[in-house]
Ligand binder design. Structure first.
Ligand SMILES: [Zn+2]
Length: 314
């Protein structure tokens, strides 16, 4: 199962304790994946779609708990690009239930384009979280943490996308909106933010899995960085060493070792003997030993002196 579906399965299992949150989450589910139509003169029918059996079960349960309505679930196999199952939760609303009838009718009358977020439903923080959970269950997707960090919510209308963006920002979650194939895609791309999102909507198990992968990933990155850095330093040391050895050998050929002043000769001999040692290590081998900067200074002196003599002699 994909990580995204794993997150949804976890979120679908949890039924909020408080009525306010149940109402908010159901509103989100109905908002983006529900539609209301006339069943007959006396009845309205609410149909909410879900892509997972667990989500359908949650919608079924919430409708019963919040509105006390009788619901049925229907599963359909849909063939588009590949075979997928789709679930539809049906609930019948009687005209005598005036309150609910009006609420559902206003939802339906608003049509697909202008569904606005009912701010009264999400006044409390607990309800804001529940609403976001419902939106993610309906339209969300999150990449597995091993690959690129990416979470998105696919919506049809800009006002709703902007309202959800604002809602996310209340939890310091910062998203962007782009258009893709006539849809609006709200997305978050930062690892830390994805962890925060999972925390906000209450996907605690998925959060732990995500964090574990993230830790391994960031460790691997920092090791890679370190290795790259060490390789670069090593390459620098080797380049310098090759240059120094060439210089020393030419001078020895020209003038012989006796020509070297004692201090410079010791260092030059060590350089030839240990071509891959750093200046610090060569400094340690000198008698008396020299610090890293002392050895570097003496090596510079040796190189300048050798170059001068070779220049004059050639
Ligand atoms: Zn609440």
């Amino acid at each position: 199962m994909s990580f995204s579906n794993q997150v949804k399965e976890e979120l679908a299992r949890e039924i909020p304790d408080k009525t306010c949150c149940r109402r908010a989450e159901l509103a989100a589910l109905v908002h983006v994946n529900g539609r209301v139509g006339k069943a007959d003169a006396e009845q309205l029918e609410l149909v909410v779609q879900a892509e997972q059996a667990g989500i359908a079960r949650k919608i079924f349960t919430l409708i019963k708990l919040v509105y006390g309505l009788q619901t049925t679930v229907e599963a359909k196999t849909r063939r588009r690009f590949k075979k997928t199952r789709i679930y539809k939760v049906h609930a019948i609303i009687n005209k005598r239930d005036i309150d609910l009838w009006q609420r559902m009718q206003s939802l339906s009358a608003a049509g697909n384009k202008k569904r606005r977020l009912d701010t009264a439903l999400i006044r409390r923080n607990c309800c804001k979280r529940s609403y976001l959970r419902g939106i993610f269950l309906s339209r969300g997707f999150i990449n597995r943490p091993e690959s690129e960090y990416h979470l998105e919510i696919v919506l049809q209308d800009l006002p709703l996308a902007k309202e959800i963006q604002k809602l996310l920002s209340k939890f310091n979650l910062f998203s962007r909106i782009v258009e893709r194939k006539r849809n609006l895609v709200l997305y978050i791309k930062e690892g830390e933010q994805l962890v925060d999102f999972l925390r906000v909507v209450g996907a605690h198990k998925a959060l732990l899995d995500f964090e574990n992968v993230r830790i391994v990933k960031s460790m691997r990155n920092s090791i890679n960085r370190q290795v790259n850095c060490e390789t670069a330093n090593l390459a620098k040391t080797v380049d310098a060493s090759v240059r120094q050895i060439e210089l020393i050998n030419r001078l020895v050929e020209l003038k012989g070792w006796e020509f070297f002043p004692a201090q410079l000769r010791d260092l030059a001999r060590l350089r030839i003997e240990y071509p891959d040692k750093s200046l610090k290590e060569l400094g340690d081998l000198l008698d008396p030993p020299l610090s890293k900067s002392g050895a570097a200074y003496r090596m510079r002196k040796l190189e300048q002196w050798a170059e001068n003599i070779i220049d004059v002699s050639s």
